[in-house]
Design a protein around this ligand. Structure first.
Ligand SMILES: Cc1cc2nc3c(=O)[nH]c(=O)nc-3n(C[C@H](O)[C@H](O)[C@H](O)COP(=O)(O)OP(=O)(O)OC[C@H]3O[C@@H](n4cnc5c(N)ncnc54)[C@H](O)[C@@H]3O)c2cc1C
Length: 408
């Protein structure tokens, strides 16, 4: 440690954002170091996409991201590196062969999954002469000291510019434990209160555990009035609650409101049907309500809804008007009995973070402390599943790496 030379650019964190930042800083001619607290950087890359690593989306839609900062700034940052150029860089400079999955709109490495992605990045860094220090936890950044990067053990590291790419709070076992938020705040930045995103919801009704494994398309509506948001996609009952793409993609609405003490209602339209669709099913008015539900919904789900409504035995013809109304509500606006989110341990991403207003959107340089740059999940932006979060990490990583290297 004592013998470490200083570096022009020191990148804290070797996730997708830090790897990209270090590569660009080195390519721009800066003597670059990358430090990571874990034995090998990029642990989240290994877990991503169920091990396959959904590295990019096929198309970019800036409005799919969530931020409390300016959506215009987010858009400007995101579109600063066109998707086909990001892809070209991954293929040519990093050496990955990528394949498209048109059906889902996702891009994956052709072979090797996350491990291939991480290893190719590390090899590219070595080729670019980036010094990689693992098992090195940064504990403080002191802009006015020569050894401005303070590490857990040994003397600090001399660095002219520091890129903070230490991620958010999700999956803390991969090394991201909120360091970036703490240090940014200590340095005088405004942090949008973080919240778990892309996270399953836990059920408050234990009877729903019997529905585990059922998957079906739905429309989800979260919140009321002007705050209402809706989305469609596959919904999955799990042993502990609710998941599937539509729940993951919309869960941040729930968790962000929870941070400010609000509990939002989550309503489900099973099969993404509207009332008139079900009215049509019930119109023949023959047979039992159970029979009608069975013909459309998974058996266990139909039975559960009828049990909750107390309409187990009812025939369609004998349904009283108010029971019919309750039945329809339960089919198109079922109030999901969620108790909580599964929290950061299971959240694939973290919303909130360093406000985009306090970084220069061309370089990711802090407007508060000029020798500091931010990239990746530490910033106030989070995308849906589908490669959007890697894309954000790559785009901001490139800007930060090049920005930090450009300082004379
Ligand atoms: C299970 C799972 C699956 C996912 N799948 C996908 C997917 O398929 N596609 C997609 O686009 N996104 C996916 N994501 C989200 C994506 O992985 C993250 O958005 C992305 O990794 C964030 O990149 P980052 O570089 O900002 O932070 P991270 O990847 O969190 O990296 C931060 C790094 O900083 C290091 N660090 C933290 N604090 C310190 C410190 N004090 N000192 C030194 N080092 C430190 C950590 O060890 C870590 O290596 C997934 C996430 C999870 C958890």
């Amino acid at each position: 440690m004592e013998k470490r030379k200083g570096c022009d650019v020191l990148v804290v964190g070797g996730g997708p954002a830090g790897l990209m930042a270090a590569l660009h800083a080195a390519k721009a001619g800066a003597e670059t170091c990358l430090v990571d607290s874990r034995p090998v950087p990029g642990e989240k890359i290994l877990l991503s996409g169920g091990g396959r690593c959904n590295i990019l989306p096929l198309t970019v839609d800036p409005s799919a991201y969530d931020t409390s900062s300016s959506p215009h700034t987010l858009r400007k940052i995101l579109l600063s590196w066109p998707l086909d150029e990001v892809r070209g860089f991954l293929e040519n400079a990093v050496g990955l062969r990528l394949i498209e999955q048109k059906r889902t709109g996702k891009v994956y490495p052709a072979s090797g999954g996350g491990e291939e992605v991480r290893d190719r990045f590390l090899a590219a860094l070595r080729r670019s002469k980036v010094r990689i220090l693992t098992r090195t936890r940064v504990t403080d950044i002191r802009p006015f000291e020569r050894r401005r990067v303070v590490v857990e053990t040994g003397p600090g590291i001399v660095a002219d510019q520091v890129v903070i790419a230490s991620g958010g709070l999700s999956y803390p076992r991969t090394g991201s434990n909120g360091f970036g938020f703490r240090i940014a705040e200590a340095l005088g930045h405004r942090i949008v209160p973080p919240y778990p995103a892309l996270v399953p919801l836990l059920s408050g009704r234990f009877e729903h555990t019997a529905l585990a494994g059922i998957s079906l398309p739905v429309r989800l509506e979260i919140g009321d009035g002007r705050e209402k948001k809706s989305g469609t996609g596959d919904f999955l009952f799990t042993h502990r609650g609710y998941s599937g793409p539509v729940v993951l993609n919309m869960s941040h609405q729930v968790t962000r409101a929870l941070v400010s003490g609000k509990r939002l209602a989550v309503r489900v339209a099973w099969l993404d049907r509207v009332e008139s669709d079900w009215e049509h099913e019930l119109a023949p008015s023959r047979g039992t309500v159970r029979g009608v539900l069975k013909s459309a919904l998974p058996d266990r789900l139909g039975d559960r809804l009828l049990e909750e409504l107390g309409l187990w035995e009812s025939t369609v013809a004998s349904l009283r008007r108010e029971d019919r109304a309750r039945l329809l509500r339960s089919l198109v606006a079922y109030e999901l009995p969620w108790a909580d989110s599964a929290g950061y341990r299971e959240a694939e991403a973290t919303g909130g973070g360093v406000t985009l207003a306090e970084v220069d959107s061309k370089t990711m340089q802090s407007r508060v402390v000029p020798c500091v740059y931010f990239c990746g999940e530490v910033l106030d932006a989070v995308g849906p599943i589908g490669g959007y979060n890697f894309l954000w990490a790559f785009v901001t990583g490139r800007l930060a790496g090049e920005g930090a290297a450009r300082v004379p």
